[in-house]
Design a protein around this ligand. Structure first.
Ligand SMILES: Nc1ncnc2c1ncn2[C@@H]1O[C@H](COP(=O)(O)OP(=O)(O)OP(=O)(O)O)[C@@H](O)[C@H]1O
Ligand SMILES: [Mg+2]
Length: 245
């Protein structure tokens, strides 16, 4: 199966502290890969490396078979256009309406006419079932609606690759299930390859094809979800039994 991302021997440090330690993983075309691990183990940092927000100390990251570390900005912009990101805190701009928030990546990466921009915004908001919220501000939305609006923004340009950092954290079970359903729909119906960071057991059951389990910055397990569930490694076993790291 084709690898859309290939990461080899990635190392990160913040000051004296080593965060990621020799991380090697890949993402296959059209899978949902879930990244698991305790708070502070380096999941968001790994995502930041992939989307070019933070440089690792050493290692290689290939996206669509091209090395992105050391790539010039113009060239990386072409890669970035094919990726959508739902950030951990949603990161909607409070001073802008939902309409304007979803339009941000479209305006940033294309010079489409205003009419087309508006059509794309409406299509994406419809896909996440937020048609009525188009002229609201983020502060007028519930937590689950904010996540869906951020998801609409992440998929505004029909990315080949979608990243979701804790898409269901802090949501009630019904809303979480709806968000997971949307993620699966984007994966199955729109052929997006999806990388999800989550620690919610129910979500993992619903969406994961493969999982990466990070422990203290190292890859403790990387493979099929079924194999992770049957793992004899105590931390992993503990997580799947009790839902805690
Ligand atoms: N910009 C930064 N400067 C210094 N330290 C940082 C920075 N970003 C992250 N860290 C540190 O790196 C470690 C990993 O952070 P990261 O955000 O990747 O964790 P995480 O696995 O996503 O955790 P959580 O599940 O809580 O979101 C933490 O110890 C954090 O304090
Ligand atoms: Mg995080």
């Amino acid at each position: 199966m084709k690898k859309v991302i290939e990461i080899n021997n990635l190392n990160t440090e913040f000051g004296e502290k080593q965060i990621l330690k020799d991380v090697s993983i890949d993402v296959r075309e059209n899978e949902v890969l879930v990244i698991l691990g305790g708070s502070g183990c380096g999941k968001t940092t790994l995502l930041k490396h992939i989307i070019g927000l933070h440089l690792p100390v050493s290692g290689s990251i290939k996206i669509f078979e091209q090395e992105i570390i050391g790539m010039d900005e113009g060239e990386f912009d072409n890669t970035l256009k094919k990726m959508g990101v739902l950030f951990q805190n949603g990161a909607l701009l409070n001073s802008l309406s939902i309409r304007e928030n979803v339009a941000i990546p479209i305006r940033q990466h294309t010079d489409l006419s205003e009419e087309i921009v508006q059509r794309l915004v409406r299509t994406k908001l419809h896909l996440v079932d937020l048609d009525e919220a188009i002229d609201m501000s983020p502060s007028q939305l519930s937590g689950g609606m904010r996540k869906r609006a951020a998801l609409a923004r992440a998929i505004a340009l029909d990315p080949v690759l979608l990243f979701c950092d804790e898409p269901t954290a802090g949501l009630d079970p019904v809303t979480s299930a709806a968000i997971d359903g949307l993620i699966k729909k984007l994966n199955v119906q729109l052929n997006m390859t999806v990388v999800v960071i989550t620690h919610e057991l129910a979500s993992i059951h619903r969406i994961a094809d493969r999982v990466v389990f990070l422990d203290d910055g190292k890859v403790l397990f990387f493979g099929k979800f079924e194999d992770a569930r049957n793992s004899k490694i105590s931390q992993i076993n503990n997580f799947f039994q009790k839902g805690i790291f």
